[in-house]
Design a protein around this ligand. Structure first.
Ligand code: TA6
Length: 300
């Protein structure tokens, strides 16, 4: 199990990185450096908070998140791996894979020469992962906390056979209100929606969300901007190693039906996710790796 004293002895970095228990249940670490404050839970290697100095919280965290082992954390940046959405053949397996339902091993905390904080995690195949997915793999999740937040998921195939996986950095962004924001960067991109039949093209330069939306934009590596007229800030979401961008807001009815978020949660967050899935499934030969990253910051 994860021991806070041992973690503090081995991985705390002066006042910069410290470990604590969240609601007496899960172990997390706090980062406080010259650029920002952040919180990362070791369960799921889950970034829960990122507050650049002189700004408000960038990520949305549900006040009703259960923070229980066996349940995903609601909000922040869930790491969906090794599948995105429902399992393709076994509905009994957990939605969005098992990566967000396990403790990841902490491998490194360090200070970069420019004062940014680096945090590294690893999830290796084990009997527990093989109960869900038969492959030998190593997944490494790294987080760099600076003026921007960089999150990268590198997966290496350690088996003798090829493997396939899908994944997402399922970021929830904190917004003043859904009617105050637009998302730009996806104009011209084809998308399919989970809620409407058909294939579509993003015609307008700015997406406005006025109802439940689960849109999967294809063949796009574009940087997106979440413009918030009330908070007077633009969140810039850059990505690499991903050709799908998912935009999700549950809308009123689904928000009320999801037990670990408030009924009106749909007003307060939007997800813009770096995804590999659909026509962007990752196929790895033995020994091969792939990295999916998101770089999140404020555009001044
Ligand atoms: O990324 C969008 C999505 O797959 C939606 O379909 C929605 O269900 C959401 O993720 C949240 O999934 P979760 O399993 O965390 O409730």
């Amino acid at each position: 199990m994860v021991n806070i004293d041992e973690l503090n002895d081995r991985y705390s970095l002066g006042g910069v990185v410290k470990f604590a228990e969240l609601h007496d249940k899960l172990v997390y670490l706090t980062v406080a450096n010259q650029y920002a404050d952040a919180q990362i839970c070791l369960y799921g290697a889950h970034v829960m908070s990122f507050i650049p100095h002189h700004s408000e919280e960038i990520l949305w965290m549900s006040p009703k998140s259960s923070f229980q082992i066996g349940q995903p954390i609601r909000g922040g940046i869930p790491v969906c791996f090794p599948w995105f959405g429902p399992h393709k053949s076994d509905p009994a397996k957990p939605q969005h894979g098992f990566g967000r339902l396990m403790y990841w091993e902490l491998t490194e905390t360090s200070v970069k020469p420019n004062g940014e904080t680096f945090v590294g995690f690893k999830l290796s195949s084990s009997d527990e992962t093989k109960a869900y997915w038969p492959h030998d793999f190593c997944a490494e999740l790294t987080v760099i906390v600076g003026e921007t937040l960089e999150v990268s998921l590198k997966v290496t195939n350690q088996s003798a056979e090829p493997l396939e996986y899908t994944c997402a950095l399922h970021s929830y962004y904190n917004i003043s209100a859904i009617e105050n924001i637009t998302i730009s960067g996806l104009q011209g991109a084809p998308y399919h929606s989970q809620l409407e039949l058909g294939e579509f093209i993003q015609e307008t330069p700015k997406i406005e969300i006025r109802k439940a939306e689960t849109r999967h934009y294809h063949n796009t590596k574009a940087t997106c901007m979440i413009e918030d007229t009330q908070l007077k800030r633009n969140i810039r979401v850059e990505k690499a190693g991903s050709k799908i961008t998912t935009v999700w807001n549950p809308g009123k009815e689904a928000s009320a039906a999801i037990s670990d978020m408030p009924d009106d949660a749909y007003l307060h967050f939007v997800c813009v996710e770096a995804v590999n899935a659909f026509d962007d499934v990752i196929k790895l030969a033995p020994g091969e790796s792939h990295t999916t990253s998101a770089l999140i910051g404020l555009e001044l």
